[in-house]
Design a protein around this ligand. Structure first.
Ligand code: HEM
Length: 375
């Protein structure tokens, strides 16, 4: 149910929860009042766990530094780079589905390996190491960090485990980045190592942490998008029939899945000054939990928000955020979604979920993601 109050302070955690669409829009459009540098509000012992990963982490940066780094990395991650990947994505998805008989498990067989192989190949790290990435990222997600400012011991314990897992990924990427400095190749990691804007280059930590963000953000969320979309269609047979009958609706099915089950359910911001939001006065230095997944179901913005409808006349969903931090990987995620869904529909005219073995979900509240979907 959508909460009556779009902005609510939670005394149990010390956090502000934001559920409304116009309020989310206001926050994401105003990086001056709502800073992405949220770590400064975390208790010191928790913040120190994140220190090693903040340099080069675009997601937590504010202007003007954010703009400089974003320009530098966008340079190496252009729309053309993404568009050129389409044939390779189709080939990979085809190969993955070649191994499938009359039963498959959507996540293991397609939704996990496809985006990981794509991002690994783009970066230039061996896709055969994807078992390792999955181990580290799964351990991070299973750890299920519950944000709270009131129980700092618990939060420190939980973030320490998550950070230990990210640390393994960082060390792995550090070795590969060092290798590219010695021996450049035709890959994104080399481009990042060599990228230059107005005479400045990325530091080693910036390269490694940015590659880290790409590898994590670039695969868990897209895995969720692919699995969630198939689940949405499976549970809404009328919509499924429409998409089968008219393939030009595939992109709309993906946009609607992003709205209905927003993979990256939560982003956070810190207020830099007192501000009016959703009829409330929020003081400075407050941690705002912005539930994109809830904003995307706000009845003030979307008619029948709890209905999955691929024929909505307009769908201004904000699952990729908006404003200066708008997801850098959105074109890639959309492309992978379109290619994978079309191929599934081509190959399996009777694709449906297993009535005796239903789906399970990732246990983290900050993700809306199918974890297992037998088909
Ligand atoms: C930022 C969601 C796929 C890389 C974001 C943000 C969201 C998001 C909500 C904004 C965070 C904020 O404002 O605090 C998603 C979803 C995806 C997806 C739902 C898939 C369905 C990807 C992919 C990549 C990627 C495939 C890279 C290959 C990034 C990066 C940022 C970002 C680098 C930071 C941009 C910035 O701060 O300027 N994403 N993402 N994402 N995403 Fe994605």
């Amino acid at each position: 149910d959508h909460p009556e109050q779009p902005v609510k302070f939670d005394p149990a955690t010390g956090l502000w929860n934001v559920y409304g669409y116009p309020e989310a829009h206001q926050i994401l459009s105003d990086p001056k009042t709502f800073s992405s540098d949220t770590q400064r509000l975390l208790p010191e012992k928790v913040a120190k766990n994140f220190e090693a990963f903040s340099e080069g982490n675009l997601v937590n940066m504010d202007p003007p530094e954010h703009g400089h780094l974003r320009k530098l990395v966008s340079h190496a991650f252009t729309p053309k780079v993404v568009a050129d990947l389409e044939p390779r994505i189709a080939e990979l998805a085809g190969e993955l589905l070649d191994g499938v008989g009359d039963r498959m498990e959507m996540v293991t067989d397609l939704a996990y390996p496809l985006p990981v192989i794509v991002i690994a190949e783009l970066l230039g790290v061996p896709a055969s190491d994807r078992g390792l990435f999955r181990e580290w990222v799964d351990a991070m997600l299973n750890n299920n960090v519950q944000f709270t400012l009131t129980d700092t011991d618990e939060m420190e314990k939980q973030t320490a485990v998550a950070v230990e897992q990210v640390g393994k990924l960082t060390e792995y990427l550090r070795e590969h980045a060092a290798e590219r400095r010695r021996k450049p190749r035709e890959d994104l990691l080399t481009k990042l190592v060599e990228a230059e804007v107005e005479g400045s280059r990325l530091s080693e930590n910036q390269v490694v942490n940015f590659a880290n963000v790409l590898l994590i953000a670039g695969h868990i969320t897209t895995t969720a998008l692919l699995g969630n979309t198939v689940l949405c269609l499976d549970t809404n047979p009328e919509q499924y029939a429409k998409v089968r009958a008219d393939r030009s609706l595939v992109p709309a099915a993906i946009e609607e899945s992003l709205r209905y089950f927003s993979p990256f359910a939560l982003v956070s911001r810190a207020t830099t000054e007192e501000v009016e939001l959703g009829g409330q006065t929020v003081p400075a230095d407050q941690l705002m939990m912005l539930w994109l997944a809830a904003a995307n179901r706000d009845p003030r913005q979307f008619t029948d928000p709890d209905t999955y409808d691929v024929t909505r006349p307009a769908n201004p969903q904000i699952a990729f955020g908006r404003g200066i931090h708008f997801c850098l990987g959105a074109p890639l995620a959309r492309l992978e979604g379109r290619v994978a869904l079309n191929l599934l529909l081509d190959r399996f005219p009777h694709l449906r979920s297993d009535p005796d073995d239903g789906p399970t979900f990732v246990p983290s509240p900050s993700m809306t993601a199918v974890r297992r979907l037998p088909l």
